[in-house]
Design a protein around this ligand. Structure first.
Ligand SMILES: [Fe+2]
Length: 121
């Protein structure tokens, strides 16, 4: 089986046993310890935290986007190579818990998805 596909969405196949390709491309979502209904909070999404992804003209993370469980668009950041790092922040206000879906696009290795459940505390 190929390590990645340029068609569709690439996702981690076995969370307990990530490949180097998955470690480099998985968008990892970070949430604050406490999220409350109706109150703004920051979400950060980072690519290459587990294993550094290249950041050069010929190979880089081109954009990062965020959606909720129902694919409501929540935001997107376009990233130029070299200077910009693939770590971005969004400020959200949610009325209901959801699963966030982060998407990162690598110019060589396509689209990758990472998810994280938001629970209210
Ligand atoms: Fe890549």
């Amino acid at each position: 089986m190929a390590e990645f596909s340029l068609k569709g969405v690439n996702r981690v196949r076995d969370p307990e046993n990530l490949t180097d390709m998955e470690k480099k491309h998985l968008p990892v979502i970070h949430l604050p310890e406490q999220v409350k209904a109706g109150e703004p909070f920051s979400v950060s999404v980072a690519v290459g935290e587990l294993l550094k992804h290249p950041n050069e003209l010929s190979h880089f993370i081109n954009w990062i986007a965020l959606y909720d469980a129902e694919y409501t668009f929540l935001g997107m950041v376009t990233l130029p190579p070299v200077v910009a790092q693939p770590r971005v922040s969004f400020t959200l206000t949610l009325e209901e818990p959801t699963t966030l879906r982060a998407y990162a696009f690598c110019n060589l290795h396509g689209l990758w998805e990472g998810q994280k459940q938001v629970e209210f505390r």
